[in-house]
Design a binder for this molecule. Structure first.
Ligand code: NAD
Length: 377
């Protein structure tokens, strides 16, 4: 049996502000940094919500605002480098990022490049390490979510290599995370489903990770329970109370992930996103039922506590219930459903092993992964 690591440290450098209608506080937080100019990286949906650029300017007044609203989904190296140059030219002293994980991740890259030279590629390729903290960053998620607002991770797509490497420097935690559930109200269903299931997978991975500590496991436990109970009402009915619980589950789960990272599932998502255009969260959770079964022998009594609260009898039943929930949410549950054929599985395994794979609770070889994936066709 594998208990949580009993010797641990916990330090989350990000200050979290959670609650309805707290978006209004973002200008004050930006002013607190002492900056007079702000670089606002905003998602297109947020821009539309506030009625265009004038709405962003008003939100951040009296600071002088430069707006960048060109971050694509799964942001590329070129986007981050381009935005970093514009930020530098603007003379901004603080960055406010309001959007999904893509916008928040891109903003972390931009912040880092204001005080450290080179291209974000140098840091992704680990040719360079930052020597200084980036520009102050205030992260405001509009999905629930990636948890990016409370993690040091920034996943940036390298189109030439067709990979999604990440930076994870202690300097890359946002200074503030402002989580206002209102911003996630009205998300299109498929985005709500995908981002909610991303949060769920992150917490499931955190819960069973060999890097889990008692502290992080308390957080992943609570996050899993909140998401399990409220995802459907939030995504399918737009229920406001459920939406709040999902936003909460997302940020709590993100906070533990920022400390301990993921396990085998997240890296395996990248080939599905890059090769089959599957949304990030769906590409993560699709593996969850099969890995619940694979990992079952390594799940100790701490897992029984979770099963009891969720009302499932064990990993097998949990996997069945999760598959049923995914079906109700309209998420794919088999690889063949998204067009994956047997012949490409070895390549998915080859590119789907990452730094966090080793934290999987049951040690696994590429051959083991291949067998799991074959069972998912
Ligand atoms: P996203 O940011 O890519 O956004 C997906 C789509 O949803 C976009 O078209 C966006 O405009 C739209 N959108 C965002 N908020 C909306 C809202 N409130 N209403 C309507 N539309 C909205 O999606 P995401 O899932 O939040 O982020 C995914 C990215 O984050 C991936 O690149 C993934 O690799 C990365 N990620 C990062 C971390 C981390 O810790 N840094 C963790 C998980 C994932």
């Amino acid at each position: 049996q594998m208990p949580a690591t009993t010797s641990w440290n916990f330090h989350l450098p990000t200050r979290i502000h959670f609650g309805w209608n707290r978006l209004a506080e973002v200008g004050g937080l930006a002013r607190e940094t002492g900056a007079t100019r702000v670089f606002a990286m905003v998602g297109r949906s947020f821009l539309a919500r506030v009625g265009g650029e004038a709405g962003v300017v008003e939100l951040l007044a009296p600071l002088a605002v430069t707006i960048f609203a060109e971050v694509e989904e799964n942001p590329s190296i070129a986007t981050v480098d381009g935005a970093a140059a514009l930020c530098r030219a603007s003379g901004a002293g603080v960055i406010v990022a309001i959007g999904g994980g893509s916008v928040l991740d891109a903003a972390k890259g931009v912040a880092l490049l204001q005080t450290n030279d080179g291209s974000i590629r140098d840091y992704l390729d680990q040719v360079k390490k930052p020597t200084r903290r980036g520009l102050p960053l205030i992260a405001v998620p509009t999905t629930a979510g990636t948890g990016s607002e409370v993690t040091p991770f920034a996943v940036i797509t390298n189109p030439e290599k067709n990979t999604k490497p990440a930076i994870a420097f202690p300097q890359s935690f946002p200074d503030h995370a402002l989580v206002d559930p209102e911003l996630t109200v009205g998300m299109p269903r498929e985005i709500a489903v995908s981002t909610g299931l991303d949060a769920f997978t992150q917490s499931l991975e955190g819960f069973w990770s060999t890097r889990a500590t008692e502290m992080t496991r308390a957080m992943s436990f609570r996050s899993i329970v909140l998401l399990w109970r409220h995802l459907e009402a939030a995504c399918l009915d737009g229920d406001r109370a459920a939406i709040e619980q999902v936003a909460l589950g997302s940020v709590i789960g993100g906070a533990q992930m920022g400390i301990i990272g993921n396990t085998a599932l997240h890296p395996l998502s990248y080939p599905l996103t890059l090769g089959h255009s599957l949304r990030h969260g769906l590409a993560c959770v699709i593996y969850a039922p099969a890995f619940l079964r694979f990992n079952a022998p390594a799940l100790g009594p701490w897992f029984d506590d979770l099963a009891a609260v969720l009302g499932v009898s064990g990993p097998e039943h949990f996997a069945d219930a999760l598959t049923a929930k995914m079906e109700r949410l309209g998420a794919p549950t088999r690889l063949s459903q998204i067009g994956v054929v047997r012949a490409e599985l070895p390549e998915i395994v080859r590119t789907g092993v990452g730094g966090s794979t080793a934290a999987n609770p049951r040690p696994l070889t590429p051959d083991d992964i291949l067998k799991v994936l074959e069972g998912m066709l």
